[in-house]
Design a protein around this ligand. Structure first.
Ligand code: SF4
Length: 247
């Protein structure tokens, strides 16, 4: 066989097609990831989100910091609508840690059995109520670090509670915020956990308190996971996402 023929066979074999150097693949992927927006663009993005919704609100029902804490903890792996249905009657009879303890784990389960992982959630809510009564006089502490030590309360839940109940401008990064922040992008990060600190540092102070709600609502209703609705996005011209959609 001539050298030419064997070289051509080598070229077209499936093996040689698969042998793209890893470095080249990484470089190609990097090219698809736009750099985060500059400060002026960041300010304009939040100015527009503010203009579109000056007083953004979360969608979980609650009556005080304690019921907010319980509602947020129950919302893990469940929809806000589902949690609101479950807590409608619950919060009428148990809106303090003391009353929750009186209701007890079995009583609580009766109210939340439509939610995913209701057994574990009931156990955690009761254990957290006991600690709040024993160590904090039945009050919800205004501290992410303390709240994080309660059973069933992680960094995200603690950050939502201090933001909404106490006006502490924390960004609780959930799947929506992570996605929107990396599409615009405001940041280039790999996990929700590593996204909170840079967002809290980069987002202009005047927008920090409500940024959490604006980004969640934007991700939930416009910048959706499977198919973002870019054609009706108020920050479309500022966004660097390479796969923008049209109607
Ligand atoms: S333009 Fe599209 S991808 Fe960019 S933020 Fe808006 S909805 Fe999301």
């Amino acid at each position: 066989m001539s050298d030419l023929k064997s070289a051509s066979r080598r070229k077209s074999s499936p093996k040689s097609k698969a042998a793209i150097p890893a470095k080249a693949v990484k470089a190609a992927v990097r090219l698809r990831v736009p750099k985060p927006v500059d400060k002026a663009t960041m300010i304009e993005i939040f100015r527009r989100l503010h203009e579109a919704n000056p007083e953004p609100k979360g969608e979980l029902d609650y009556t005080n910091p304690y019921t907010l804490l319980v509602a947020v903890a129950l919302s893990a792996q469940s929809t806000d609508v589902g949690v609101n249905k479950a807590t409608k009657d619950l919060f009428r009879i148990a809106d303090t840690p003391q009353k929750m303890l009186k209701l007890g784990e079995d009583g609580l389960k009766e109210h939340i059995r439509t939610l995913n992982f209701f057994n574990t959630k009931a156990k955690n809510v009761i254990a957290a109520a006991k600690r709040l009564v024993d160590e904090f006089g039945g009050k919800v502490p205004n501290s992410v670090e303390i709240l994080e030590t309660l059973p069933g309360v992680g960094r995200k839940t603690a950050s939502v509670v201090v933001n909404i109940a106490f006006g502490d401008p924390r960004i609780a990064v959930d799947t929506h915020i992570f996605r929107v922040a990396n599409r615009l992008p405001l940041v280039n990060t790999k996990t929700p956990l590593e996204t909170q600190a840079p967002l809290e540092k980069l987002i202009p102070k005047e927008y920090l308190l409500h940024a959490h709600h604006w980004l969640i609502l934007h991700g939930r209703y416009i910048c959706k996971a499977r198919r973002p609705e870019c054609w009706r996005c108020p920050v479309n011209d500022l966004c660097r996402y390479p796969d923008k959609t049209i109607p």
